[in-house]
Design a protein around this ligand. Structure first.
Ligand SMILES: Cc1cc2nc3c(=O)[nH]c(=O)nc-3n(C[C@H](O)[C@H](O)[C@H](O)COP(=O)(O)OP(=O)(O)OC[C@H]3O[C@@H](n4cnc5c(N)ncnc54)[C@H](O)[C@@H]3O)c2cc1C
Length: 467
C-alpha cells in the first residue's frame, strides 16, 4: 500500500481485524490463512505463483461480490478479482498481505441471444462453456487458444484469438459490462450508459471494478478451417524463415502461431509429441476450403510430418493449440516484435534451433497485424496492438530453482531479439509486473489513470496490471 492509499483507508483498522470481519460473508466461503480450504482456493492456474492473500472470497452471487467489496473497503483491505489464475504471474509478484482475492470461479453462466448475435457471460465463465453454448446456434466468439481461460481476464485485457487478424482484439467484441465498483455498487456500462467507464474497463479491467458479467458480440461461424502442421525441430532452419516470409503476404483471413517446442517424455502425450523437439504452426483460415488450401500451400510444401488442417466445428478450435488441460507451474517472458529481417530469424534460430538446449517448453511467435493492428473506431482504452508478432516464451517451473532458471532462459531468449522489439506489450501475454504505460498509448494511459482515480479514489481495487 502506498502512503496515499493508507491515508485514504479507515483509521485504526488492521488487516487481521479486517479479515475477521469478512469471515461470515459469502455463506462462509471466505477463506483465511490457516483455514482448511485456504490453500485450495488461493491456488492459481499457474502453479508457480504462490499468492498468499489476506483472504480468498468465493462469491456465488453479485450481492456476495458487493458485500465483500464493501467489507474489504471498510476494513482497509484491497480487492483483487481473479477468475482462473492463468494470468496470476504479475499479481503474484505483489505483496498481497492486505488483499482479498475475489475468486469468480463459482460465479458462472452464459446466455446466448442468437437474433442479436450476442452472449451474456457471467464473471468467471470459461471460454469452453461460451463456445459450446454459442456453437449450438451456429455462432462462435473470439476465444484464445485454451478452453479453460476465463472470458473476463482474457477479453478485458485484449485477447489474441485465431480470429484476430480478421476480427481484431477480443476486447472490441465487448458490448456491455456489469461491474461492481469500489464503493460496492453494481452498474452497467455500455456505449450509451456510463461511456467513460465502458471505455476504461475495455483494457483497464480490474482497475475499474469486479466485472460480474460481459455482453459480447458473436462471430457468424459454425465451422472453421483450422489445424496444425508439425515438423521435427531439425527442419526449423527451413520452416521458421519460410513461415516468416509467408506471414508477410498472408491475407487477414488467416491467423497463425509458430512455436519451437521441447516436450518432455510423458506417458500422457501421444508418441508423436512425447520427448520431442518440434516446430508447430497452427491457427485458422477464415476462407472456403479451396481458398484455405491455396493459402496454406507454401507451408504444406515444406512436407510436415503431421497436417491436421481441415474444416472442423468451431468447438474444435479450442484444441488446435494443444494447451495443457490442467494447471501448470510456469514462468514466461514476452515482447512485441516488428518486421523480422533474415538476421532476426537467424538470431531466433541460434537460440532455439536444432542442437540448442533452451530450457523452454516453447518459444512462440503469434502473427499480429490486420485488424489486430488497427484502432477500433468505437474501441476502449486498448483496442489494437502494434507490431507484426507477439513473442511468448514459456518454461515449466515446478521448483524455485526451475523458476529462477526458467525466468533467466525466457528473458534471455526474448532479450536476444531486443533490436526488433517494440515498446508495446500485450497485457494477456505479460505475466510479470510491468509499467502499464507499455500496454496502452500514452494518451490512453493518462485518460485511463484519470478515470481510475475518479472511480476508485482510495485504490481499493488491485489489478494484475495496475494503472
Ligand atoms: C495455457 C495458456 C494459453 C493462453 N492463450 C492465450 C491466447 O490464446 N490469447 C491470449 O490473448 N492470451 C492467452 N493466454 C493468456 C491469458 O489470456 C491471460 O493470462 C488472461 O489474463 C487469463 O484470464 P483469466 O481470467 O483466466 O486469468 P486470471 O489470472 O484469473 O485473470 C487475470 C487478471 O484479469 C483480471 N480479471 C480476471 N477476472 C476478472 C473479473 N471478473 N473482473 C475484473 N477483472 C478480472 C484481473 O486483473 C486478473 O488478475 C494464455 C495463457 C495460458 C496460461
Amino acid at each position: 500500500m502506498t502512503v496515499r492509499d493508507a491515508a485514504a483507508r479507515p483509521a485504526g483498522t488492521t488487516s487481521s481485524t479486517g479479515t475477521a470481519a469478512l469471515r461470515g460473508l459469502c455463506g462462509g466461503r471466505v477463506h483465511l490463512p490457516g483455514d482448511p480450504a485456504y490453500d485450495v482456493h488461493r491456488a492459481a492456474w499457474n502453479l508457480a505463483v504462490q499468492q498468499r492473500p489476506a483472504a480468498v472470497a468465493v462469491p456465488h452471487s453479485v450481492a456476495e461480490v458487493q458485500e465483500v467489496v464493501r467489507a474489504a473497503g471498510a476494513a482497509g483491505l484491497r480487492v483483487a478479482p481473479q477468475s482462473t489464475g492463468h494470468g496470476a504471474g504479475a499479481l503474484g509478484e505483489k505483496d498481497l498481505a492486505d488483499v482479498v482475492v475475489v475468486r469468480l470461479s463459482e460465479l458462472t453462466g452464459v446466455t446466448v441471444d442468437p437474433t442479436a448475435r450476442t452472449a451474456r457471460v457471467v464473471g468467471g465463465t470459461w471460454w469452453k462453456d461460451v463456445v459450446a453454448a454459442t456453437a449450438a446456434h451456429g455462432l462462435t466468439a473470439p476465444h484464445g487458444s485454451a478452453p479453460d481461460i476465463a472470458v473476463a481476464g482474457y477479453a478485458l485485457n485484449g485477447g489474441l484469438s485465431f480470429y484476430g487478424r480478421q476480427h481484431g482484439l477480443a476486447v472490441n467484441a465487448i458490448r456491455a459490462v456489469e461491474v461492481v465498483l469500489a464503493d460496492g455498487t453494481c452498474v452497467r456500462a455500455d456505449a450509451g450508459e456510463r461511456p467513460d467507464l465502458f471505455w476504461a474497463v475495455r483494457g483497464g479491467g480490474a482497475n475499474l471494478g469486479v466485472v460480474v458479467a460481459l455482453e459480447l458480440d458473436l462471430l457468424p461461424y459454425a465451422d472453421v478451417f483450422a489445424g496444425m502442421l508439425l515438423w521435427d525441430r531439425e527442419q526449423a532452419p527451413e520452416v521458421v524463415p519460410a513461415w516468416v516470409r509467408w506471414t508477410r503476404g498472408a491475407p487477414e483471413s488467416v491467423t497463425t502461431s509458430m512455436r519451437v517446442l521441447s516436450l518432455p517424455p510423458l506417458p500422457e502425450l501421444p508418441a508423436f509429441l512425447s520427448g520431442r523437439d518440434l516446430v508447430v504452426i497452427d491457427g485458422a483460415v477464415l476462407e472456403d476450403d479451396a481458398r484455405a488450401d491455396e493459402v496454406l500451400a507454401p507451408l504444406r510444401a515444406l512436407a510436415p510430418e503431421v497436417d491436421t488442417f481441415a474444416r472442423i466445428p468451431v468447438t474444435g478450435l479450442l484444441d488446435v493449440h494443444m494447451d495443457p488441460p490442467d494447471p501448470v507451474p510456469f514462468v514466461s517472458d514476452h515482447a512485441v516484435l516488428g518486421e523480422l529481417s533474415d538476421e532476426a530469424v537467424d538470431v531466433f534460430l541460434e537460440q532455439v534451433g536444432p542442437g540448442t538446449t533452451t530450457g523452454l517448453l516453447f518459444a512462440e511467435l503469434r502473427h499480429l497485424g490486420g485488424a489486430l493492428g488497427r484502432p477500433a473506431p468505437d474501441g476502449g482504452a486498448l483496442s489494437h496492438v502494434d507490431g507484426s508478432y507477439a513473442m511468448y516464451c514459456i518454461a515449466v517451473a515446478p521448483s524455485p530453482e526451475a523458476l529462477a532458471a526458467g525466468a533467466a532462459a525466457t528473458s534471455g531468449i526474448v532479450g536476444t531479439l531486443d533490436r526488433w522489439s517494440l515498446p508495446q506489450r500485450v497485457p494477456t501475454f505479460t505475466d510479470t509486473r510491468e509499467d502499464t504505460r507499455s500496454m496502452f498509448g500514452g494518451t490512453a494511459w493518462a485518460r485511463l489513470a484519470r478515470l481510475r482515480d475518479e472511480h476508485d479514489p482510495t485504490r481499493l481495487l488491485l489489478a494484475h496490471h495496475e494503472v
